[in-house]
Every structure is written in structure tokens, then in C-alpha cells.
Design a protein around this ligand. Structure first.
Ligand code: NDP
Ligand code: 2IT
Length: 460
């Protein structure tokens, strides 16, 4: 093929028609996978400027190839509860793309897990991992298991059963899972123990987010939340300001939310509200992170219990209404689709200036559009929450080298990676004619690297 034909480009309408035709094929194949289709649509629409500029990806049919997972594994997870009843859940691992490295992505235990949720998470993980600059492909796993109210023994038995099937599909150079909703250090520990036993080998690099004495990296627990705030700081620099003295609201009170709040408070922000799935707490003078950590990490309680320690705060038993709280910066850090158009409009009415996604796809397409139209600075998940998986890759590097970096060393690298991601995303948005649109920038910067690599590796 003549190189020049690559560069000629095609008219915008032709690119839109082409992308829509691929989208329709995806939709016809899996019409019921709503979350996957939502993520696909947002991605595809961001890529229009790429397809206008360059025919190469059409000639190699990259879009149809990239949107089909390399492998989808679905399996039975039988386990025995404390009453002696046999329970059955469904487990998944979606190994979506291995162009840049072994599949990499978290494991989620939540009753809402289904194939559509797994596929949307694995799809967005490909481009997030690409943005980190680390050698990792994209994947995701999980089960429709509800850890709420389960005993420690039940959690252990479930994790062991889950790994008894999964172990044959993963490995330090094959697929490296980590945590996500409902999966933290404890669950990773139980899964690692079972993997080691079945494999008969000590392969530390098979999972990340491990405990500190068996190959876990210092700074991994904090990485997603801290990284999100480092990204916010970069966005604010552009406006010649910082997070200091800004009012912040954060949905959720899990791993990502707690560490986003921690870094925001360290940098002088006032965090006035956070939530769990039952409701949210509000204190206009600023929340006590120490109390939140005590309730959520030490005691595994509900956020409502905050009032037992701070009666001056308020509790509202409707988690979604957290978006009615006035704030300069809103950080959705709980789950997908938690900010819809109505929530976005509440934030805009209250003059929110920055919305950054700590969670994966917490904002609907309509919400994102209305933020951008109204000049709200919007930081998309693939870029803003990439710090977690970036430090997972640093954990893999430490495991391979059999050494251990200090917290300060990891945190310094994390900050550097987040600054580089921000710069690359801004540059891609500028280069492709959408200055300031970080959704377009993140998708294009993440996608082009994976697509070019797929071409280099041939039709596989
Ligand atoms: P956790 O399980 O630690 O915490 C999840 C939090 O979100 C809990 O407070 C939970 O409340 C809350 N939550 C869940 N559903 C809802 C809901 N419908 N409304 C309000 N609150 C809700 O998970 P993480 O903090 O690890 O993950 C949070 C998000 O961040 C997810 O989207 C995840 O994919 C994403 N993420 C996580 C990374 C990581 O390293 N852990 C990396 C990058 C992204 P409750 O206790 O009531 O269920
Ligand atoms: O969504 C995510 O990026 C994660 N849950 C972290 C994945 C990882 O492999 O650290």
C-alpha cells in the first residue's frame, strides 16, 4: 500500500458513518450489554478525529478487532456458607487486549457484576493501562458475590473457590489481577494463598495489591486516590490555582474515596461530604478523615455511624443527593453511572468548577456532555484514576526484580506518571482539534498506542 494514501484522510462524515456502522454491529451482537455499549459509544465518538486524519486503522479493521475481547472466561463458583448451605455464584475474567503486555485489571465482587459490567471495565482498562506508559494489557474480572454481611471464613472460602478455577488462566506473564469494588488486601491474600497452593510455586507477580510482607508495594493502597488528586492538581494548574481552600465532595467511602480525601485534605482542601450506598454525611466545616477511616476500615461499619462521633454533622439517607451539596470540586469515587444528567445539573447549578472521575464510568454520557458544554473542567476515569493500576505495574516490576522501593520512591513515580498522563492527554486533545476536551484526549492517546502496536504485531 502506498504510504501517502494513509495520510490522505477521509471526510468527517465518512468517518462518522464508518464508526457508526461498526458500533451498530457491536450493538446487534450484544444488544443487552448496556454498560458495555455505553463505554463503546463514548470511546468510538472520541475517535472520530483519528479516523478523519488517518485511514490506516480502517485498512487494518482495528476498530472491529479492538472491540472484541481476546478471551472471555465465565465459571461456576460453588462455596459453603457458615450454615452449611452450598451457594453458587458466577465468576468472570475478561482478557480483552494483550497488545502492550499481559492482561491487567482488577477483580470486583458485587451483586451487580455481569458480563456487560465486566466488558465495559475491561475495555476502558485497555486505554487506561496504555496511558500509564507501563507494559500492561487490559482485562477485568469478578463475581456477582455480595461480600456484605459475610463472615471472614465465608469470604476466605469464596476467594479460594474463585481462584480454584481462575488459577489456570492467570500468571505473572499471562494475566495479573488486582482489587476493585469489594476486593482489597484481605481478598487478594486469600486468593494468593490458594494460587500458590494450586500452582506449587511462589509467583509473587501473579496478583497486585498484595500485603506488604509478600511482595506488595508500599503506596499501592493509596495510589488510586492520591493519583486522582495529583491529576486534579494538574488540571487546576492550567487555571493558575490549586486545591488549597477548595471545597470538595467525594462519593463512596471505600479505597479510592478515602485516599482521594486524604490527599485533598493534606493539600489544604475542605472535604465536606462523602457517602456509601445507603446515604451521605455532610459537615460544612469539613469531615474528620480519622473518624471515616475508623468506621469504614477498622470496623467495617456504615457511614451513618459518623454521627455517633460527630453529632454536629448531618446524615441523609439518599446517596444520590450528595450531588446537591455545593462544592468547587466533585469526585465521584463509588461506581458506574452515579452521576446522571439530573445530578450533573444539580452540580452545575451550584457552580461546580471541576469534576474528576475516581470511579470507572461514574458519569453518564449526558452528564459528561453537559459538564463540557458548561465549561466545567472534566477529568475522565481512564486518565484520572490510572494511578492505581500504574502502581500495580510498579509492584510487578519490584516483584520481577525481587526488591522493594520506599513509599516516597513509589509516590514520586506515581506523581510523575499522573503528570505525564495529563500532559499526553492535553496534547492529544490539542493535536486532534478538541482543546480542553480530556475525554477525547484520553481516548485518542490511549487508543492510538494500542492500535499501532496491534498493527505491528499482525493479525492475531
Ligand atoms: P470499595 O469497595 O473500596 O468501595 C466502594 C465504595 O463505593 C463503598 O463506599 C460503597 O458503599 C460505595 N458504593 C458502591 N455502590 C454505590 C452506590 N450505588 N452509591 C453510593 N455508593 C456506592 O471500592 P473502590 O474504592 O476500590 O472502588 C471504587 C471505584 O473506583 C470503582 O468504580 C472502581 O472500579 C474504581 N477504581 C478502583 C481502583 C482501585 O485501585 N481500587 C482503581 C481505579 C478505579 P457500600 O459500602 O455501601 O457498598
Ligand atoms: O480499575 C482499575 O484500574 C483497578 N481496579 C485497578 C487495576 C489494577 O490492576 O491495579
Amino acid at each position: 500500500m502506498n504510504r501517502q494514501t494513509y495520510a490522505e484522510g477521509i471526510a468527517e462524515q465518512e468517518a462518522i458513518d464508518y464508526i457508526n456502522s461498526v458500533y451498530e454491529k457491536v450493538k446487534q451482537r450484544d444488544p443487552h450489554e448496556t454498560e458495555f455499549l455505553q463505554a463503546t459509544k463514548i470511546l468510538f465518538d472520541s475517535l472520530i478525529p483519528v479516523f478523519v486524519k488517518n485511514r490506516t486503522y480502517i485498512e487494518h479493521n482495528i476498530l472491529e478487532r479492538i472491540i472484541e475481547p481476546e478471551r472471555v472466561i465465565s465459571f461456576r463458583v460453588p462455596w459453603v456458607d457458615d450454615e452449611g448451605n452450598v451457594q453458587v455464584n458466577r465468576g468472570y475474567r475478561v482478557q480483552f487486549n494483550s497488545a502492550l503486555g499481559p492482561y491487567k485489571g482488577g477483580i470486583r465482587f458485587h451483586p451487580t457484576v455481569n458480563l456487560s459490567v465486566m466488558k465495559f471495565l475491561a475495555l476502558t482498562q485497555i486505554f487506561k493501562n496504555s496511558l500509564t506508559g507501563q507494559p500492561i494489557g487490559g482485562g477485568k474480572g469478578g463475581a456477582d458475590f455480595d461480600p456484605k454481611g459475610k463472615s471472614d471464613q465465608e469470604i476466605m472460602r469464596f476467594c479460594q473457590s474463585f481462584m480454584t478455577e481462575l488459577y489456570r488462566h492467570i500468571g505473572p506473564d499471562i494475566d495479573v489481577p488486582a482489587g476493585d469494588i469489594g476486593v482489597g488486601k484481605r481478598e487478594i491474600g486469600y486468593m494468593f494463598g490458594q494460587y500458590k497452593r494450586l500452582r506449587g510455586a511462589y509467583e509473587a507477580g501473579v496478583l497486585t495489591g498484595k500485603g506488604i510482607h509478600y511482595g506488595g508495594s508500599l503506596g499501592r493502597t493509596e495510589a488510586t486516590g492520591y493519583g486522582t488528586i495529583y491529576f486534579v492538581e494538574e488540571m487546576l494548574k492550567e487555571k493558575r490555582t490549586t486545591i488549597k481552600n477548595k471545597t470538595v465532595i467525594t462519593s463512596g467511602s471505600g479505597n479510592v474515596a478515602i485516599h482521594a480525601m486524604e490527599k485533598a485534605i493534606q493539600l489544604g482542601a475542605r472535604v465536606v461530604a462523602c457517602s456509601d450506598s445507603n446515604g451521605y454525611i455532610y459537615d460544612k466545616n469539613g469531615l474528620s478523615l480519622q473518624t471515616i477511616k475508623r468506621i469504614k476500615i477498622d470496623e467495617g461499619g456504615r457511614i451513618k455511624e459518623y454521627l455517633n462521633y460527630h453529632p454536629e454533622a448531618e446524615y441523609f439517607d439518599d446517596a444520590k443527593q450528595i450531588w446537591s451539596v455545593p462544592a468547587d470540586i466533585a469526585l465521584p469515587c463509588a461506581t458506574q453511572n452515579e452521576i446522571d444528567l439530573e445530578a450533573a445539573n444539580m452540580l452545575i447549578e451550584n457552580n461546580v468548577k471541576v469534576v474528576v472521575e475516581g470511579a470507572n464510568m461514574p458519569c453518564t454520557r449526558e452528564a459528561i456532555d453537559v459538564f463540557i458544554e458548561n465549561g466545567v473542567l472534566f477529568g475522565p476515569a481512564q486518565a484520572a484514576n490510572a494511578g492505581g493500576v500504574a502502581v500495580s505495574a510498579l509492584e510487578m516490576a519490584q516483584n520481577s526484580a525481587r526488591l522493594k522501593w520506599t513509599f516516597e520512591e513509589v509516590d514520586k513515580q506515581l506523581k510523575n506518571i499522573m503528570q505525564t498522563i495529563y500532559r499526553n492527554v492535553v496534547n492529544a486533545a490539542n493535536e486532534y482539534g478538541h482543546p480542553g476536551n480530556l475525554v477525547v484526549g484520553a481516548n485518542i492517546a490511549g487508543f492510538t498506542k494500542v492500535a499501532d502496536t496491534m498493527i505491528e504485531q499482525g493479525v492475531v
